[in-house]
Design a protein around this ligand. Structure first.
Ligand code: CO8
Length: 258
């Protein structure tokens, strides 16, 4: 596999695992890290042997935000010309399902990275926050939009304006995370959940993800129409035939991911 400096990349069965690995900087999202995460995710996305991706950090920290030291002295022109952090926009375009497995701090860009993923599984020690305002900026990786869609205006506005932290329990109650698990079990639960997804038909899982994401960009009638077209498209796959045949023959389907 490619030699990465800021992440670790492994594979278990049909699941690709990306581990943020800048322990000395609490996994701060540097420019290099953002490019490496994108490269690894895109490589998994086009790998027929991969059906789901997990992005995680360490037990102490998912990511403590964008790299403040790297950003601090940048000019507008520098950031504008480089379209700073556009790699994260490209990560949102990865079509394979992506799970964020979050333990410890998920602050600023760390929280926003988790929100870019399709859903979040949190450890009991996870803490979410958008503290950018306390260092004189605002969320810049989609937090103002995705956090608001995830948990509604009241809590999102409170978090972004005060910079306060949200515990894993509150995050589950608010609908920010799919489930909270004991910290020691986080990775295993995330990988097992990803494994369930990865055993499904990959093109159909991609279509499901695409249809779900349309809910965030389309009005209801257009979204329902879009879903119906994708539903019909499932019938062009070998896996739809296999899935429905397996049901009638009372056996497990053997998907070929085509
Ligand atoms: N960037 C760079 N370095 C960091 C960051 C960071 N975000 N967070 C921690 N570090 C470094 C510290 O500087 C320290 O390094 P050193 O040992 O060299 O001094 C090391 O990691 C350990 O950190 P602490 O000593 O602070 O550890 P604590 O356990 O005391 O505190 C905290 C942990 C509470 C997480 C604390 O580190 C903290 O508050 N970090 C910053 C959190 C923050 O403000 N995040 C938001 C950053 S801004 C952002 O994410 C905007 C995203 C949008 C960008 C879009 C651009 C287009």
């Amino acid at each position: 596999m490619t030699d990465y400096q800021t992440i670790l990349v492994t594979q278990r069965n049909r699941v690709g695992l990306i581990t943020l690995n800048r322990p000395d900087a609490l996994n701060a999202l540097s420019d290099a890290l953002s490019r490496e995460v994108l490269a690894a995710a895109q490589a998994f996305d086009t790998d027929p042997g991969i059906g789901a991706i997990v992005i995680t950090g360490s037990e102490r920290v998912f990511a403590a935000g964008a790299d403040i030291k790297e950003m601090a002295e940048k000019s507008v022109a520098e950031m504008y010309k480089a379209e700073w952090f556009s790699a994260w926009d490209d990560l949102a375009r990865v079509r394979t399902p992506v799970i964020a497995a979050v333990a410890g701090y998920a602050f600023g860009g760390g929280c926003e990275l988790a929100l870019i993923c399709d859903f979040i599984i949190a450890a009991e020690n996870a803490q979410f926050g958008q503290p950018e305002i306390s260092i004189g900026v605002i969320p810049g990786m989609g937090g103002s939009q995705r956090l608001t869609r995830a948990i509604g205006k009241a809590k999102a506005m409170e978090m972004v304006l005060t910079g306060r932290t949200m515990s894993a329990i509150e995050a589950e109650r608010a609908g920010l995370v799919a489930q909270v698990v004991p910290t020691a079990d986080l990775l295993e639960v995330a990988l097992s959940t990803a494994d369930v997804i990865a055993r499904m038909s990959k093109p159909v899982a991609m279509m499901a993800k695409e249809a779900m994401n349309a809910a965030f960009t389309m009005p209801l009638s257009a979204g329902v129409h879009f879903e119906r077209r994708l539903f019909f498209s499932c019938f062009a796959t070998e896996d739809q035939k296999e899935g429905m045949r397996a049901f009638t023959e009372k056996r497990q389907p053997n998907f070929v991911h085509r």
